[in-house]
Design a protein around this ligand. Structure first.
Ligand code: PBG
Length: 333
C-alpha cells in the first residue's frame, strides 16, 4: 500500500500522537555535566570562550553539584587545574590534588550520594608542557625533537586512576589515548582493592580543533607540537572500531566517543557493532559555536540545544557529556 491510503502525516498531527510514536527520548539522568576545579575559595571565574561555564573552587563546585542533583542530572565529569604544573604531571595523582580534594568534598555530602562522579584521567592539565603523556626530548634548542613515552605514561595514568578512585570517584575516565592504558588502569585498580570501580575510556578520541575552548578552560594547550601522535586522525572510521575492540579486550566497562556532532557516523557504527554502554562527548567547540550563534540571534537557543542532543542520542549514545546539561535538563522537565 502507498499514498493515498498511506499518509505518514496522520501520526504527526498533534503533539500527543507525535509523542506516542517518538523513537528517541532525552532524559536528564543520561546527561553528564563537566566541571573545572581550581584551588581556592569563592572562585567562579568565567571561561571567556565558553560563555556560562566557569573555573570553580570546590565550595562553588558543590553548589553546582547540588543544582545538578536537583535537576536529575546523571553525574559530573571532573577536571582539575592544579596550583602548579611539572614535567611529569605529578598533580594528577597527588593525594591532596585538586580533583581528589573535590571528590572527597562531594562524597562527604550525603545529599549528593546518587550523583555519579566521573574523574577524567589524563596528565595534560598537570604537565608543564601540556601533553597527555611523558615527554622525551632528543637534541637541544630549536632542533630538539619530542616523543611521548607511551608505556611510562600508562604507569602514571594508572597511578592517577587509583588515586582518584581512592578519593571517591565512582568511575574513572582515561582521556589520554595512550596504547594499553585501560589494561594498566584495570590491573592497578584491582591490585589496590578497587575491582568494583568501572573504567569509562575515551576509546575513540579524535585529534580535533573542537577542543580549542577546553584548552583555555583547563589551561592544557600543548606548549609545542600537537596531539596528533596519540589522538586519532579524523579521517579514520575503521581504526575507531579497532580502538574500541582493544579497549574491550583490556577490560573496559563503557566507552566515550568524541567529539560528537561531527562524528555521528562513528557513534552509529560503534552502537551497531558493540553491546557495551556508549557515551558521547559534545565537546567545548561544539558548545561554543552554538552559543556564539545563539548570541547573534542566528539560532533559537532551546530548540537547537535539544535537537543537537537528540541527534547524538539517535546516533546511538546511551549518555551524553555536555556543557548544556543543566540547561537541557531544565528544558526536559
Ligand atoms: C584531556 C581532555 C581534553 C578534552 C577532554 N579531556 C582536551 C584535549 O584532548 O586536548 C576535551 C573536551 C572538550 O573540548 O570539551 N586530554
Amino acid at each position: 500500500m502507498a499514498y493515498p491510503q498511506v499518509r505518514l502525516r496522520r501520526l504527526r498531527r498533534t503533539e500527543s500522537l507525535r509523542s506516542l510514536v517518538r523513537e528517541t527520548r532525552l532524559h536528564p539522568e543520561s546527561l553528564i555535566y563537566p566541571l573545572f576545579l581550581v584551588p581556592g575559595e569563592g572562585i567562579r571565574k568565567p571561561i571567556p570562550s565558553m560563555p556560562g561555564c566557569f573555573n570553580l573552587s570546590i565550595d562553588e563546585a558543590l553548589k553546582e553539584a547540588h543544582e545538578c542533583r536537583s535537576l536529575g542530572i546523571g553525574g559530573l565529569l571532573l577536571f582539575g587545574l592544579p596550583a602548579e604544573k611539572d614535567e611529569q604531571g605529578s598533580g594528577a595523582w597527588a593525594d591532596d590534588g585538586i580533583v581528589q580534594t573535590g571528590l572527597r568534598a562531594i562524597k562527604a555530602d550525603a545529599r549528593l550520594c546518587d550523583l555519579l562522579t566521573i574523574a577524567d584521567v589524563c596528565l595534560c592539565e598537570y604537565t608543564s608542557h601540556g601533553h597527555c603523556g611523558l615527554i622525551q626530548r632528543t637534541g637541544e634548542g630549536a632542533s630538539a625533537t619530542y616523543t611521548i613515552q607511551n608505556d611510562a605514561s600508562c604507569e602514571l595514568l594508572a597511578k592517577t586512576a587509583v588515586s582518584l578512585a581512592r578519593a571517591g570517584a565512582d568511575i574513572v575516565a582515561p582521556s589520554d589515548m595512550m596504547d594499553g592504558r585501560v589494561a594498566a588502569i584495570r590491573a592497578s585498580l584491582d591490585q589496590s582493592g578497587m575491582a568494583e570501580t568501572p573504567i569509562l575510556s575515551y576509546a575513540a578520541k579524535y585529534a580535533s580543533a573542537f577542543y580549542g575552548p577546553f584548552r583555555e578552560a583547563a589551561d592544557s594547550a600543548p606548549q609545542f607540537g600537537d596531539r596528533r601522535s596519540y589522538q586519532m586522525d579524523g579521517a579514520n572510521r575503521r581504526e575507531a572500531m579497532r580502538e574500541i575492540e582493544l579497549d574491550l579486550q583490556e577490560g573496559v566497562d563503557m566507552i566515550l566517543l568524541k567529539p560528537a556532532m561531527s562524528y555521528l557516523d562513528i557513534l552509529r557504527e560503534a552502537r551497531d557493532r558493540f553491546d557495551l554502554p556508549i557515551g558521547a562527548y559534545q565537546v567545548s567547540g561544539e558548545f561554543s559555536m552554538l552559543v556564539a550563534a545563539f548570541e547573534r540571534g542566528w539560532l533559537e537557543r532551546h530548540r537547537t540545544i535539544l535537537e543537537s542532543l537528540l541527534s547524538i542520542r539517535r546516533a546511538g549514545a546511551d549518555f551524553i557529556v555536555t556543557y548544556f546539561a543543566k540547561e537541557a535538563a531544565a528544558l526536559m522537565r
